[in-house]
Design a protein around this ligand. Structure first.
Ligand code: G6P
Length: 613
């Protein structure tokens, strides 16, 4: 939510900031703005809407200077409007701030500052920060760093901040508490950004700021301090992402590129986690085998798409490890009174590793004594840094707001983890392991097969895209697939879509079925034990004249007879079929969105990284 970027160096900062903001736009696109130092002091430009509006504004009223800061906004406090756009300034206009996060006590602070004569213009929580610094500058020793440290000690909540002061025209200040922020060290200067891809082609070495740290960047280098003013020697890490991983590579959208990357991503993830003889290895897992044997429970917590991965993981882990497994949403779990302890393995699943509710849940589990294992895509993220052990999904940057490759990689990570834990706990035989791995190795090709049928899926999507609503149904392993298919559809096409456990349909959604309602039925694997049940549910839809779109195993004649449209997928064992089936649903949602003319990579109101509660 909200992306921030900043630059200090010899070059003009505006093009560098715009380039960074373009790569951060997935974090929010309600408005964008930039502030730079130049001869006239601090200059600010902002525009409501997409970054292109700011670019137009800057071409009409050009701006040059450095250092500079920029922001792309996902509105929390205050509607998307010019006045609520960042950067925000103090009363004198001498301090400019960009912010990602929420200042929870902003009302109380701004009431006090207003009583002291400060004039506020926006409805945002952010505006209090420049005023607070201004106040501390007046009332302290006049040193900017001291004023900033005092101001931040008074602010509660979460922030990643980029700050400029007209009194210090050679410096860029940054601060982090609870929202991600990195400092980049490049040849043409120093950078701050909400994530690495924003500056990937300009800085190959980064500092991941820790919570409660402040960085002071100037042309001469970077200094880091704690909130109490103690200097810190930061760890500098090399970035091993390739700059082109943040480009569209000829695809019309990032989402389509990411859908097509899945066979390669999954193949690499699989091979990384097997040893030379093809057995499960999981080199990244650093949990003690004795602890694994003593485990009694697993609690998996995540949000959004990652929650659907957790639901799938629960079924597999339950089946292969003999453990009791539970799942919850981050936003629910953090307010529960969970019965978890040191014999519970807590698994957090998150593409970004920055989702506020997932992080808060993980910290609650930590307090209860659980071991923390995370499944995450972003090295250096908060989740990764706070976990005991991590399975990296290694997808490269996922930029399309709707998650695709990160989801299938999370499913694969659960499949691998289930084999690993099953083996360590003695619940899974070597023969079953080998069989499972053989089936896993076929998954990338099976996905490729589905991708090759994109034209057919597009025709089906075109035919059904214009209704007000769609229903997605599946059972057991493919119940999460139904939820994920519906989520993809509503996220990017804005068609209302509901995912349901097929057996539950008669308890409500069956009332919706008529000749206009598309019902996407995931009914793969003809010999599986829920297949017949699924077929009965599909007949219930047929009897009420619903428009059946089936995702079925290649050659399934029964499904073909009932369905109005059918997407065939290769024969895959049931417990792995969600990894393949969901790709058909990603494409279905994609082409429905294309027919409906939405902005697929940046669907309205959504942001990719949800760093607020
Ligand atoms: C947002 C994104 C989703 C994502 C969810 C959880 O809603 O739009 O794609 O699944 O956050 O994010 P995480 O980074 O924790 O997986």
């Amino acid at each position: 939510m909200c992306g921030i970027v900043g630059y200090v160096g010899q070059a003009d900062s505006v093009p560098i900031i715009l380039e960074g903001l373009k790569r951060l736009e997935y974090r929010g696109y309600d408005s964008a703005g930039v502030a730079v130092h130049n001869e006239g002091g601090l200059s600010v430009r902002k525009s409501v809407g997409r970054l292109t509006a700011l670019e137009e504004e800057l071409s009409e009223r050009p701006l040059r200077g450095q250092p500079g800061i920029g922001h792309t906004r996902w509105a929390t406090h205050g509607e998307p409007s010019g006045v609520n756009s960042h950067p925000h300034t103090d009363t004198s206009g001498g301090i400019a701030v960009v912010h990602n996060g929420i200042i929870e006590n902003y009302q109380e602070l701004s009431d006090a500052l207003e009583a002291d004569g400060h004039i506020f213009h926006s409805e945002t929580d952010t505006e209090v920060i420049p005023h607070l610094i201004e106040h501390e500058l007046k009332n302290g020793d006049g040193a900017f760093l001291d004023a900033l440290l005092t101001a931040l000690k008074k602010a509660t909540g979460a922030y990643a901040l980029g700050i400029l002061s007209s009194d210090e025209p050679d410096k860029l200040y940054a601060a982090r508490l609870g929202s991600p922020l990195i400092v980049g060290l490049g040849e043409e200067g120093y950078f701050i950004a909400s994530d690495v891809p924003a500056i990937i082609n300009r800085a190959r070495r980064v500092i991941y700021l820790e919570d409660g740290e402040i960085a002071v960047l100037s042309s001469n280098g970077v200094e880091v301090f704690k909130l109490d003013g103690t200097p810190v020697t930061p760890e500098i890490k090399d970035v091993d992402l390739k700059p082109e991983s943040a480009e569209r590579a000829g695809f019309e959208t990032f989402m389509l590129k990411e859908i097509h990357e899945q066979p390669r991503v999954l193949r690499a993830l699989l091979e990384k986690n097997l040893d030379d003889s093809g057995h499960i290895a999981m080199p990244e897992i650093s949990l003690d085998p004795n602890q694994i044997k003593k485990l009694r429970r697993v609690m998996i917590v995540s949000c959004g798409t990652a929650y659907h991965a957790a639901m799938y993981g629960r079924l597999l882990l339950e089946n292969m490890t003999g453990l009791a497994v539970e799942t919850d949403l981050g936003s629910e779990f953090r307010y529960r009174y969970p019965k978890i302890d040191r014999d519970t393995l807590f698994i957090a699943v998150s593409q970004s590793g920055e989702t506020a509710d997932t992080l808060a849940s993980m910290r609650l589990a930590r307090k209860k004594g659980c071991r923390i294992l995370s499944i995450c895509n972003v090295p250096g993220s908060t989740l990764v840094r706070e976990s005991d052990s991590v399975i990296f999904t290694d997808c490269g940057p996922e930029i399309g707001v709707a998650s695709t490759k990160a989801y299938t990689a999370q499913l694969l990570a659960f499949a691998l983890l289930s084999i690993y834990l099953g083996r360590v706990r003695g619940e899974l035989s070597e023969i079953n392991e080998a069989e499972f791995i053989r089936a896993l190795r076929r998954i990338p090709d099976a996905i490729h097969y589905v991708l090759e049928r994109s034209d057919l899926v597009q025709k089906i999507a075109d035919k059904h895209h214009d209704g007000p609503s769609a229903l997605y149904i599946g059972r057991r392993y493919n119940y999460p697939t139904a939820l994920e298919g519906a989520l993809k559809n509503k996220e990017i096409s804005y068609q209302h879509a509901e995912g349901y456990a097929a057996g539950e349909m008669k308890h409500g959604p069956i009332a919706l079925i008529n000749e206009y309602l598309p019902v996407v039925c995931i009914c793969t694997k003809t010999e599986d034990e829920v297949y017949e049940k699924m077929m009965s549910n599909i007949r219930e839809v047929e009897a009420r004249h619903g428009r059946i779109i089936a995702v079925a195993t290649d050659g399934d004649k029964t499904a073909d007879k009932i369905a109005e449209d059918i997407i065939y997928v290769p024969d895959t064992r049931e417990d792995l079929s969600p990894i393949v089936n969901v790709v058909a649903l990603q494409l279905l949602a994609y082409y429905a969105a294309q027919s409906r003319g939405t902005d697929i990579d940046k669907p309205r109101n959504l942001a990719k990284s949800v760093t607020v509660e």
